[in-house]
Design a protein around this ligand. Structure first.
Ligand code: PEP
Length: 252
């Protein structure tokens, strides 16, 4: 099955630098049957990156969206506005937003449902903190985030939801999760999805990927494991050479 490699560029690149990186990404040789690559620049860079990716096999995503499509919501960006710029994916509930912007499971759920009805693939991030892991609460935290994030969600046809398991302590820290622990967490996420949807739907419409200090050296160790459908990559996706290295490592 096609593996997913998603690059979260965070708030790190100027619009011009994002376009340069997107141009480099658009030239990568990607076997689209085996791999789906998408990049997630800042809102300010979406239009430029969208133009640079036209005709390439790299897809475009945004780092967040609001749950209404129009209205008096100053500063927010809606799923339909993202679609206008050719976005096909959107992150919701990244831990940096849950922690710094106090996003709750309920907000993440509204964003996910709105993205899905607009025809975008939501990429919902879940994952435990260091404290959750130490206190033995990690599995409860992940199960809660999945259940609340997917509350009242209806999935039909080819609609797709991606869940990114991203332990908070592994993001940007260089402390990548031990692959076997990531596999165990992915199985837990899959079971939490099966609690809510028919097993056939969980299988067909949901993909589960790992994120947290993934780089070109360790990516293969995650993708080799059953149940890990890809990776959400921050730092290593933000430089042309390491992004190319990641793609190469996966296609080897
Ligand atoms: C992320 O931003 O979602 C992420 C996983 O970052 P990093 O790869 O830098 O840990």
């Amino acid at each position: 099955m096609q593996k997913l490699i998603f690059g979260n560029w965070k708030m790190n690149l100027s619009a011009a630098d994002a376009v340069t990186l997107a141009q480099a990404a658009s030239k990568l040789s990607i076997d689209a049957g085996l791999l789906r690559v998408a990049v997630f620049p800042s809102f300010t860079a979406l239009a430029g990156v969208s133009a640079s990716l036209k005709g390439s096999s790299v897809a475009l995503g945004a780092q967040d969206c609001f749950w209404e499509n129009t209205g008096a919501f100053t500063g927010e960006v809606s799923p339909t506005q993202l679609k206008e710029l050719n976005c096909t994916h959107v992150l919701v509930g990244h831990s940096e937003r849950r922690q710094s912007m106090n996003e709750t499971d309920e907000m993440v759920n509204r964003k996910l449902r709105s993205a899905l009805s607009a025809g975008l693939t939501p990429v919902m991030c879940v994952g435990e903190t260091d404290n959750d892991r130490r206190s033995g609460q990690w599995s409860n935290v992940i199960a809660r985030q999945v259940a609340k994030g997917l509350a009242d969600v209806k999935v039909s046809g080819n609609q797709e939801i991606v869940i990114a398991y991203e332990p908070v302590w592994a993001i940007g820290s260089g402390r990548a999760c031990v692959p076997e622990n990531a596999r165990e967490a992915h199985a837990l996420v899959r079971n939490a999805v099966i609690e809510l949807f028919a097993p056939a739907v969980a299988q067909k419409n949901f993909r589960i990927i790992y994120g947290g200090s993934v780089d070109e050296k360790n990516i293969a160790s995650y993708l080799a494991l059953e149940g890990i459908d890809g990776a959400l990559v921050g730092g290593a996706s933000q430089r042309a050479a390491s992004f190319a290295g990641l793609i190469e490592a996966v296609q080897k």
